[in-house]
Design a protein around this ligand. Structure first.
Ligand SMILES: Nc1nc2c(ncn2[C@@H]2O[C@H](COP(=O)(O)OP(=O)(O)O)[C@@H](O)[C@H]2O)c(=O)[nH]1
Ligand SMILES: [Mg+2]
Length: 497
């Protein structure tokens, strides 16, 4: 997601890393990288121009605070480069915002009419929204209003079946507006408090389609008319959205297929060009891949700074809160073995493709594209070949044990040693930083695995060390050394007290 933009902003940030002040010259130079990535990402030209102008004006116009005080009263130094990134983040949020992921209700019913071209993901979104509404405690009814392709009805029925959500289907030859009106009456009679109309699309916008959508809207007066857009279409998605918004009153946008979109041009420009707020993002084919839109999360992912809040939400979906608490407690006491690691790795896998999960982590974002899913499998197979004792206390794994584990898992002894070494480092890190970590500690069960904001701090990731560049590794190592030194100092200080 957004690799193109992330690279541009990272390059810009790097250029400003040593400077003592933001000047016309160095800001312009940095913005050149940003401009190039924006154009490459297929962002609308007018949007690019305005965005760059605003960032530049603010970067140069505002007094750069060199020291800020955080909530706990500690002061931090702020570099001009950081100030620049903060300005970019705020302008990205302003460009893509506001936050508006709520679904409106009329007479207590959350009615949603989905419109959009063919193949953009309307039917998939219908299923995802039904699931979302279910999770919020509503009772949704799905309505198959795409009557032109029998397969479309079947597709919705299959989704409904999987979710246990009834699907309203019209009679043969019944007009879409008629079907939808009948479904709305049925919803009222049968006590459904949410209804999602899955309408037909076309390859391009035409009058017949608009006419049909007008009729459905008039017949059902949906509380939410949402346009579904395919992010992979880039600037075309934006143009289509503009044309739709000029013909139909839209309450929101849903951007789909962001998981496959390396450029991100549509996400950046679509709100600015249409004036219609983004409500949800589709980030995969399965029904759980729907995210409520948060511009801050997207902006920080674009800037390569991760999206902790998004990650926390993902975790809430897959993690048993109580179990996570218990895990965290044990970790706090230093009782943490490879068995626990295996459990956490499995949990990560439930969250989605590894590189997507990593992209949401600060510091790991830029490395996410180097991550290979297969590394997880290696770690899994190694741990799988260990005895319970070895899993609990990996430090007992000597040369002969390592050899046996390697043979059992079909890996090399070196892999075993690497895993054990890294695990040892990780435990040490945890012991020194432990629960003091900031944001990441809010991730259930992960708080103690992670030193927030520290390269390599995210333990399972650090353990994989997957495809990490040598430079990154050495950076990490020296930073770890620094942290360890700090931790030793802190421990000594504590003892003295
Ligand atoms: N990767 C990915 N594929 C998606 C997403 N949403 C939908 N799709 C796929 O896009 C194709 C078209 O989706 P569909 O819901 O039938 O589109 P419709 O014609 O607008 O109803 C299907 O193969 C979906 O699995 C998404 O967020 N990510
Ligand atoms: Mg469809």
């Amino acid at each position: 997601m957004f690799e193109t933009l992330t690279q541009g902003f990272s390059a810009a940030r790097e250029k400003l890393s040593g400077v003592r002040a933001l000047t016309e010259e160095n800001v312009s130079e940095s913005l050149r990288d940003v401009r190039m990535s924006l154009l490459e990402a297929d962002v609308d030209l007018v949007v690019v121009r305005d965005f760059l102008a605003r960032v530049k004006e603010r970067a140069l116009g505002e007094r750069v605070e060199t020291r800020v005080r955080d909530a706990s009263g500690r002061t931090h130094r702020v570099t001009p480069g950081q100030h620049f990134v903060k300005t970019c983040a705020e302008e990205l949020v302003a460009l893509m915002g506001p936050v508006d992921a709520s679904l409106q209700r009329r007479n207590g019913v959350a009615s949603v009419m989905l419109v959009g071209l063919q193949g953009v993901g309307k039917t998939t979104v219908a299923g995802k929204l039904a699931r979302h509404l279910q999770k919020e405690g509503s009772r949704p009814l799905l309505v198959a209003a795409d009557v032109y392709r029998p397969a479309a009805v079947l597709q919705l029925q299959q989704l409904g079946e999987r979710l246990g959500v009834p699907v309203h289907v019209g009679a043969a030859g019944e007009a879409p507006a008629h079907i939808c009106a009948a479904a709305a009456r049925r919803a009222e009679a049968e006590g459904f408090d949410a209804i999602v109309f899955d309408t037909a699309g076309r390859l391009a916008i035409d009058d017949a389609l608009m006419q049909e959508l007008d009729e459905i809207a008039a017949a059902t007066r949906p509380a939410n008319a949402l346009l579904v857009c395919d992010a992979l279409m880039g600037r075309d998605a934006v143009n289509v959205a503009k044309a739709f918004s000029e013909r139909l009153k839209l309450d929101g946008l849903i951007l789909t297929k962001l998981d496959g979109d390396a450029r991100g041009g549509a996400a950046l420009a679509i709100k600015a060009v249409t004036g219609v707020p983004i409500k949800f993002l589709g980030t995969g084919e399965t029904l759980d891949r729907l995210e409520a839109f948060r511009p801050e999360g997207l902006a920080s992912r674009i800037l390569g700074m991760g999206d902790i809040v998004g990650l926390v939400r993902d975790f809430e979906e897959v993690v048993d809160e109580k179990e996570a608490e218990a895990d965290a407690q044990r970790l706090l006491k230093g009782r943490f073995g490879l068995e626990d690691l295996l459990k956490q790795l499995k949990m990560i896998q439930k969250l989605g493709p590894l590189r997507e999960v990593m992209a949401k982590l600060p510091m790991f974002g830029p490395m996410a594209e180097h991550v290979e899913e297969s590394q997880l499998t290696v770690v899994e197979s190694l741990i799988g070949s260990m005895t319970p004792d070895e899993r609990a206390r990996p430090e007992i794994i000597d040369k002969s044990r390592a050899g046996r584990i390697a043979r059992g898992s079909g890996r090399r002894s070196r892999d075993v040693r690497e895993l054990v070494d890294r695990f040892g480092q990780m435990r040490e890190m945890m012991a020194s930083l432990g629960s003091k970590s900031g944001l990441l500690s809010r991730v259930p069960g992960f708080g103690n695995l992670a030193g927030a904001g520290m390269p390599g701090g995210f333990a399972p990731g650090a353990l994989l060390g997957a495809g990490t560049s040598r430079r990154e590794l050495s950076k990490r190592k020296s930073s770890q050394k620094g942290k360890r030194k700090q931790a030793r100092k802190a421990r000594r200080k504590n003892r003295r007290r």
